[in-house]
Ligand binder design. Structure first.
Ligand SMILES: [Zn+2]
Length: 416
């Protein structure tokens, strides 16, 4: 079945090579005034002027965009969307100056999400995830990465990944699964008689092989940060993941520069994420590598931190920057992905074109999907988002608003 998207004010194509855009390449999001897009089943077959496409596809079903802006479906390449209870009580504690360690001591932080998730059934977690993902889709996201990481035991990590597997089968949005068993050292391994090395051994010898054998995750990720996983532990865990055929991601240099970005580049990780505290050598290492720098400005905003990742320096060095929501119950409880575009412009100092490329093409590259989605160009998946605006610059401008009218993933309606 052919369909033709007509009557747009703009089509933002982000078209170009099927790889991450780097440095100055990020500036051009490819705005086509009054453009049209033709799709056949789940593929884009043509992008161009409306009159020309109407001539080429006279029998296609017409989808009237009513003067809106049509863009590639947004790609949210970093979320912790599988969790139980929210953690709203922590925000007032933070505002009152209570630090991360103190909140953890009072039973908050990642460990409280772990305790909560372990007590829940797979069905319960699935039922909680569906409406949360529906909201993300309603904001124009057609590809989303979901991490495990609040289980931190073999059974609870498998439970989380099976929830993701069920969501992949049930929802129209494209979902990429990431195993984040190395999100934290679980409390039971932080004190005698056990120790952290035993948990690393469990990850390497049991959890990663099982996740890989059951094909439950495309990526393995780790929180490589002083106080959580060391560089040596990260090498060991990600080395095991790679040996089992998984692609790699790192939570890197979020709070302190520890050499995690450099390690991501050295290991050939698909992405290094956060980077608010990346060092100069870290910027140079990422820019010289294929590793995408995924920035999460919502997290720093929500935590009330002044320092954002040095996006301009990363781009000036020739790096590839992607944007993601970091949707999670502790530090970024938002499903409003266009708000990340606002923060990209106002906090990270990106142009709107750079922010759009970061939220589409480069997000796809951060998931190893640069040849599949992130662009409106022939051969790519029919992943589109229609926004109720006349100029793409309005998308970050009306901040916090809800402007996505409809979206499609693989040609199927995601949101209407
Ligand atoms: Zn994260």
């Amino acid at each position: 079945m052919q369909r033709l998207f007509v009557n747009t004010s703009q089509v933002v194509t982000c078209a170009g090579p099927a790889r991450a855009r780097r440095g100055a390449e990020m500036a051009d999001a490819g705005v086509l005034p009054s453009g049209a897009v033709a799709i056949e089943a789940d593929r884009i077959v043509a992008v161009g002027r409306q009159a020309e496409l109407e001539g080429r596809f006279p029998h296609a079903e017409r989808i009237d965009c009513e003067g809106g802006v049509l863009a590639p479906g947004l790609v949210d390449s970093h979320t912790h969307g599988i969790f139980g209870k929210p953690r709203f009580e922590e925000q007032e504690l933070r505002a009152a100056g209570v630090g991360y360690m103190e909140i953890a001591k009072r039973g908050g932080g990642i460990h409280s999400s772990v305790r909560d998730l372990r007590a829940r059934s797979e069905d319960d977690l699935y039922a909680l995830a569906v409406p949360r993902l529906a909201k993300l889709m309603a904001h124009g996201v057609t590809t989303v990465e979901l991490k495990s990481g609040y289980g931190l035991s073999l059974d609870d990590e498998l439970k989380s990944l099976r929830v993701i597997q069920r969501l992949q089968a049930a929802l129209p949005v494209r979902i990429v699964a990431t195993f984040l068993g190395a999100h934290e050292i679980p409390l039971e391994y932080r004190a005698a008689p056990r120790n952290r090395t035993e948990y690393v051994d469990l990850l390497v010898h049991e959890m990663i092989p099982t996740v890989a054998a059951e094909r439950l995750a495309r990526f393995a990720d780790i929180f490589c940060e002083p106080g959580v996983y060391t560089l040596d532990e990260t090498r060991r865990i990600l080395g095991a993941a790679r040996a089992h055929g998984m692609l790699l991601k790192l939570h890197a240099d979020e709070l302190e520069p520890s050499g995690a970005a450099e390690l991501a580049a050295e290991l050939g990780a698909t992405s290094a994420d956060h980077l608010a505290a990346i060092s100069e050598p870290g910027i140079a290492a990422l820019a010289a590598s294929e590793t995408v720098a995924t920035l999460l400005p919502g997290t720093m905003l929500f935590l009330g931190r002044a320092r954002q990742a040095p996006a301009r320096a990363l781009i000036a060095a020739g790096g590839a920057v992607a944007l993601a929501s970091d949707f999670n119950p502790g530090t970024s409880p938002t499903v409003n992905f266009p708000l990340m575009l606002t923060l990209a412009v106002s906090q990270l100092k990106l142009s709107v074109g750079e922010a759009m490329v970061a939220a589409t093409v480069n997000g796809a590259a951060a998931l190893g999907l640069a040849a599949e989605t992130g662009q409106l160009a022939p051969g790519f998946s029919a992943d589109l988002a229609l926004f109720d605006i006349e100029d793409i610059r309005e998308l970050p401008y009306w901040y916090g608003d809800h402007r996505c009218r409809r979206s499609w993933a693989r040609g199927n309606a995601c949101h209407a």
